[in-house]
Design a protein. Sequence first.
Length: 159
Amino acid sequence: MKKTKFLIGASLTMMLVTLSFSINVIAPEEDIYVYVDIKPGSCPNSIMMKSHGVFTVAICGEEDFDVTHIDPATVTLVGVAPLRWSYEDVATPFDGEPCGCHEEGPDGYLDLKFKFRIGELPILIGSDKTVVTLDLIGQLKAEFGGTVIEGSDCAVFSI
Ligand SMILES: [Ca+2]
Ligand SMILES: [Ca+2]
């Protein structure tokens, strides 16, 4: 009886070792956290749900982060794909508290700018001026390792 328990324990341990080993092999890279600015130059980031327009979201470039390494086609905001994208210095990373923002614009580092359609956001708000965190996710281009990038910013939604 004891021997059986030992064998089960040993094979479980081996399975766990194998499992963690393969995870390490598949995902050697840590995700890269990027600074995201909804409506660059604006704070608060107000979005009117009923206006069926578009709004701008920038991924901020930094001294040690080149936004041209990002594959724009992989980027989504709360699961929504952008209408289009372009490269322009329009934003400055905000390093304050979560959901904080500033009105600073260009900082000398190129940013990746996206346009998203307000009507495509999967967001339902019950009351006016609801603050919602919007998560952005994407990947670097294959030649830069395809590493996952992620970031978020908040918007104040009005009905
Ligand atoms: Ca902003
Ligand atoms: Ca910039």
